[in-house]
Every structure is written in structure tokens, then in C-alpha cells.
Design a protein around this ligand. Sequence first.
Ligand code: NAP
Length: 325
Amino acid sequence: MNPRAIRIAAQGGPDVMKLESISLPEPAAGEALVRQTVAGINYLDVYHRCGIYPLPLPTGIGSEAAGVVERVGAGVTEVEPGDRVAYVHNVPGAYASHRVMPAARLVKLPDHVSEETAGAVMLKGMTVEYLLNRTYPVRPGDFVLFWAAAGGVGLLAGRWGKHLGARMIGVAGGADKCRLAREYGYDDVIDRTREDVAERVKAITGGKGVPVVYDSVGKASFEASLASLRPRGYFVSFGTTTGAPPPVEAATLQKRGSLYFTRPTLFTYISTRDELLASAGALFDLLDRGALTVRIGARYPLAEAARAHGDLEAGRTVGSSLLIP
Ligand SMILES: NC(=O)c1ccc[n+]([C@@H]2O[C@H](COP(=O)([O-])OP(=O)(O)OC[C@H]3O[C@@H](n4cnc5c(N)ncnc54)[C@H](OP(=O)(O)O)[C@@H]3O)[C@@H](O)[C@H]2O)c1
């Protein structure tokens, strides 16, 4: 198969993504050529495509993929030809049949993790790992409020939080998504389309509020998240699906009960190879033990990346979506 990739010449709507033939350089020192069998679709890719995050153009798009190493450059010790691998990379370009990658960013897949599963969970699962283990370390019995609970990150967070012994409160849009989130570990799910989130949180927590809210919705959920926290709670703002939240003044955190506010991103939590392998290792371990199950909501041919983005942005997807090169 001729190498192909989705590329954009301008940032904009889904139709800026075009499937193109590409020529592949030989892997240089420290690099590996991966024949990709699956690429994960993430909201981050939407930010890259539409221009919320400016990029040098033209560019590839996509942040994670899995496949098989075909060739390696000089000095590569991390992987060898034939290894099944996956990666998350902060240089867009994962929507492709082949890719030359820095070998140090590749993670070898254990036998029990298929490439398809890896494509569905590497970015989203490592995100849940750092959010629940390292941003605010969730303890048994903690109430945890998690927005977009039926989404790709959200379903993994439901199961992971349950594994940690937390009381998971999810927010989702509509009855079907609420039902699905409950199946994936959430004790309570609030339907944002017909319920007041902060009021329900207060009722569920006996008026106290939650010690942590994980909010990826941004602008539309900011006030409800603030109002759901107990004093000295953690506001973890990790996405901007509906646009950026307003600037947060120190005085607001004081007045609303000595709160903490953080805006984390996966790449600073897996910046070293040790952190990357530890985070992926924790994820693979939970998959192996059956504590995490993966919901692949949709698979699209590589050529239909535009349709995939349209579905994700319209909130039509549940769980993880994949592109198949
Ligand atoms: N900082 C990081 O390290 C990091 C890493 C990975 C992902 N993220 C962020 O996590 C979020 C989820 O990513 P994903 O790829 O798994 O996408 P996703 O959750 O599968 O899709 C986004 C979801 O947002 C919800 N949503 C849309 N409009 C909304 C609104 N007006 N109010 C409330 N919810 C709304 C929808 O769910 P409902 O209709 O059910 O509400 C939609 O399904 C994104 O914001 C992404 O950028 C951040």
C-alpha cells in the first residue's frame, strides 16, 4: 500500500482534512518507521484542525496511533522491527498509514493489548492515569465529579475511578449517554440537558460538594463546576470542548472556599521516557486485570476523517473513535 496521510493546508472546518500520498524518509538516528494499523481520534485533533491551537502549515493531523515497527535508524534501542507499538505525540501527524517517529516516544504493546485497543486508549487512558493518580490523587471514598462521562476519556475515568474506590458522579448529555456512563462505573450520572449539575451534586454529597471536579467542557461548565466544589476542593480544568473558561482570579478561589485551580496537559505528565512507560504500564496493567474495558464507539476509514470529526464535534460519539488507515 502506498503511504498515505491526512493533511491540512489551512485550519478550519472538517473539510480542510485531505487524504494525500506521502513519501517517507528513511528513519534517521533515533527514529523508527511505523506501519500504522489504527489511529485514535481525540478532541485535541479538533483544536489542531480548527485553529484553537495554531500550527505551522501545511501539517499532518492526529495525536496517537498504533502499529508495527518496519525499520529503525542508527542507535535505536527502545524498539526493533516487528515490535507492535503505540504512541502519543505532541507533533500532529498520526492520521496516516505510515509514520517516522522518535523511537523514544514509542511504547511496546504487551501481548494482551491489541493495536486497536491501544489506538483507543493510549492518549485517553494515560490522561485518566495522570488526572486521577497525579493531578489530584483520588482516595477511596472520595466523591469525584467528571464531565463528558460517556465520552472517550469519560468512560475510562468511570472504571478507573471505581477501581480506586471513588464515588463517581458523571455528567452526560441525554438519557442514552447517562445509561452508558452508569455501565462504565459511575454511581450517579447527571443529565446536563435537563438537570442542574451543581444542585444534583449538592444533593448527592449531602450538601458538602466534591473534593475534585475534572472539567473538560470549559466555558459552558465553569460556573457549575465551581459551585459543585467543597471548600479546599480542586478544580481540574483539562479541556475546552465548548471554548476556554473565563480567566480565574486569585480572589475567586479565595471567596469560593480556598480552592485550587489547575490547567494540566498530558504531555507535561509524560515528558520523560520513565514517566511515559510508567503511565502506559499502569494503563496496560488495569486492562490486563479487567478493571478497564474499552468502548470503541465508531471506526472510520482514514479517508473519512472529516466525517469522524463532524460526529465528535456534534456530540454524536460515545467512548473512543478510531481511524483505520
Ligand atoms: N488536558 C489533557 O491532558 C487532555 C487529554 C485528553 C483529552 N482532553 C480533553 O478531554 C475532553 C474529552 O476528550 P475526548 O477526546 O474523550 O472527547 P469526548 O469526551 O468523547 O467528546 C466530547 C464530549 O463533550 C461533551 N460536550 C459537548 N458539548 C457540551 C456542552 N455544551 N456541555 C457539556 N458537555 C459537552 C459531549 O458529551 P455529552 O453530550 O455527553 O455531555 C461530547 O461527547 C476534550 O475537551 C479534550 O480536549 C484533555
